[in-house]
Design a protein around this ligand. Structure first.
Ligand code: FE2
Ligand code: FE2
Length: 139
């Protein structure tokens, strides 16, 4: 039996996946300048991955008896490229911390499937964090 706490955390994860999915896609749309040209594809690729994360987590939550939220966390697109990427580095760091916690709680509840799902997603978030951190050094 999944605890209410774990179900709520899965919904918090969905809210932030939807947030970053829109945030990165609008950053992809609103790019400007030479450096923006170099980063626009990364924003788009990562935005699509985040939408897939939202889907996978929602599938899992629904299977466990929860209803996926439709409300994203507050979206912060940013004005300059530096502002955008700085925001994204922070959001990825938050995801990494949150997903480590979810893995720990899922394991405590002997929910290996949820733990495994979040280990896969965590790997992507670390990649995103690495990408945005590297991009930030260049802007
Ligand atoms: Fe994600
Ligand atoms: Fe991410």
């Amino acid at each position: 039996m999944t605890t209410r706490k774990l179900l709520e955390m899965l919904n918090s994860a969905i809210a932030r996946e939807m947030q970053v999915s829109v945030q990165y896609m609008w950053q992809h749309v609103e790019w400007i300048g030479v450096k923006g040209y170099a980063t626009k594809d990364a924003f788009e690729d990562i935005a699509k991955q985040e939408m897939k994360h939202a889907e996978s987590i929602a599938e899992r939550l629904f299977y466990l008896g929860g209803i996926p939220t439709t409300k994203p966390d507050p979206i912060n697109v940013g004005k300059t490229l530096k502002e955008m990427i700085k925001q994204d580095v922070g959001d990825e760091a938050k995801a990494i911390a949150m997903y480590k916690e979810i893995i720990e709680i899922a394991r405590k509840e002997s929910d290996e499937t949820t733990a495994f799902l979040f280990m896969q997603i965590l790997k992507d978030e670390e990649d995103h964090h690495d990408t945005f951190t590297t991009l930030l050094e260049q802007v």
